[in-house]
Design a protein around this ligand. Structure first.
Ligand code: NDP
Length: 288
């Protein structure tokens, strides 16, 4: 089912890109933002901008919301929630899985059909079918707006638990930011040794590119509970990470990040994992 009308609440870079994508498809787009001026370009491109949030919510039976966080969503929508009754609310704002579940429970209490979304792209990826957004919530709600959501990105429906979209979203965020921090650390050490980011590029690229192969090797072993440490023991990895820490210090670079990694490996060794694979640290992480 394709809807003629859609409302977008929240016009940060993401919300604006979403409203733009619907306008490009010739849909009737209603927009609302706390700072009304952010809608000027969209209004010039044909969007409607009612003065009241309530009017924006009743203008379409599909309402997308893209705000800074989940607190902003409930704080903004709570006073007008009656206007959302029997409408579909797709919340594309980030948060923790539990926060998303709480927002979903709040919506259900008020008779609002709810989907949580987690877009895996920056604003420039909105409007591209090859981009991906995670969704979760009731399957029938997802199916009812699948064609509309396809205007934004491809959809990866993760299940009925509304927290799941945020679980997958935050897993990728965690991987991204921890990997990115590793890269930033490497560049800092490289620069301290007279090596530029450009010089490092082919080496860093090669290292990261090998990551997929490594994960494909590890994932089935992890799922089988196999933490044989025949070639990647926690003890030997700890010795290697200690060299990373000292190389950083020698270069005058803040060593907090590799020190935190080393501390984790030392905890693993102290918990009897010295001869197990570094994947055994998953258990150490899970039990604290
Ligand atoms: P921001 O995260 O900067 O959010 C901006 C929007 O939130 C604005 O509409 C702002 O209103 C509104 N807002 C914030 N607090 C409140 C409040 N208390 N009451 C009402 N409105 C409020 O913008 P983005 O577009 O970048 O992100 C939107 C969401 O998408 C975030 O959850 C973000 O984590 C997520 N996301 C962002 C990506 C990106 O690359 N930017 C990628 C994937 C997800 P006002 O204009 O009045 O300040």
């Amino acid at each position: 089912m394709k809807r003629e009308a859609v409302t977008v609440v929240g016009l940060g870079p993401m919300g604006r890109a979403m409203a733009d994508a619907f306008l490009d498809q010739g849909r009737r787009v209603t927009v609302w933002n706390r700072t009304a001026g952010k809608a000027d370009d969209l209004v010039a491109a044909g969007a409607h901008r009612p003065a009241d949030l309530r009017d924006a919510l009743v203008a379409s039976d599909l309402v997308l919301v893209s705000l800074r966080d989940q607190d902003a969503v409930t704080a903004l929508l709570a006073p007008e929630v009656a206007a959302l009754r029997d409408r579909v609310l797709v919340n594309l704002s980030s948060g923790t899985p539990d926060e998303a579940r709480a927002t979903a429970a709040w919506a259900a209490e008020h008779g609002v059909a709810y989907l949580q979304g987690g877009p895996r792209v920056p604003p420039s990826g909105i409007g591209l079918p090859e981009s991906v957004t995670f969704y979760s919530g009731p399957k029938d709600v997802f199916e009812s707006c699948r064609d509309d959501l396809a205007v934004l990105t491809g959809a990866d429906y993760r299940g009925t638990d509304p927290g799941l979209a945020m679980v997958y979203y935050q897993l990728e965020e965690a991987l991204l930011w921890m990997t990115m921090t590793g890269y930033l650390h490497a560049v800092a050490v490289a620069q301290a040794n007279g090596i530029s980011a450009g010089d490092l590029l082919p080496y860093a690229t090669r290292t990261l590119a090998s990551g997929g192969e490594l994960l494909a090797f590890y994932a089935p072993r992890i799922d089988a509970g196999d933490h044989e440490g025949e070639f990647d023991s926690v003890g030997s990895a700890a010795a290697g990470i200690d060299h990373v820490v000292r190389t950083s210090r020698d270069a005058g670079v803040d060593a907090h990040v590799p020190e935190a990694v080393l501390q984790l490996f030392h905890r693993g060794a102290a918990n009897g994992r010295a001869n197990d694979s570094s994947t055994s640290l998953i258990d150490v992480l899970r039990t604290g």
